[in-house]
Design a protein around this ligand. Structure first.
Ligand code: ZN
Ligand code: ZN
Length: 130
């Protein structure tokens, strides 16, 4: 009987699938430890880097310079951020998916994912300004 050992890569993917939200490398490291799937922090970074190059996960750099990782899913959200009250509205449909696939074809560039943030005023704050 052979005992199958779970690779570091599978452990990281399992956590990201469970979470369904973005996580920093440090949090991922702690989460793996909590679930008795402990791997070294250096390995966590190495695995994240290779998953990123395979187009399986995306990295978002927060305004304070910390990286957050999440699985790339076929559907993705864009956010409208209100600068005044901080309200965040999610756009379910990507307004640019068609344009992006045209660019990608024209440049022969394989685009794994994209991020766009929108900033402005929500309807409530616009009304207050008037
Ligand atoms: Zn607002
Ligand atoms: Zn999009």
């Amino acid at each position: 009987m052979s005992i199958r050992t779970t690779s570091s890569r599978e452990k990281v993917l399992q956590i990201l699938e469970q979470l369904q939200q973005e996580i920093s490398a440090q949090e991922l490291y702690l989460e793996l430890r909590n679930q008795q799937k402990s791997i070294g922090l250096a390995t966590v970074y190495r695995v994240l880097k290779s998953l990123k190059l395979e187009g399986l996960i995306q990295e978002r750099l927060s305004p304070i310079g910390e990286s957050f990782y999440s699985l790339i899913t076929p559907s993705h959200l864009h956010h409208l951020n209100c600068l005044s009250c901080g309200r965040v509205v999610s756009l379910e449909d990507c307004p640019l998916s068609e344009t992006i696939s045209q660019w990608s074809d024209a440049q022969q560039f394989k685009i794994f994912y994209h991020t766009i943030e929108f900033f402005g005023l929500c309807s409530v704050c616009q009304a207050e300004q008037q």
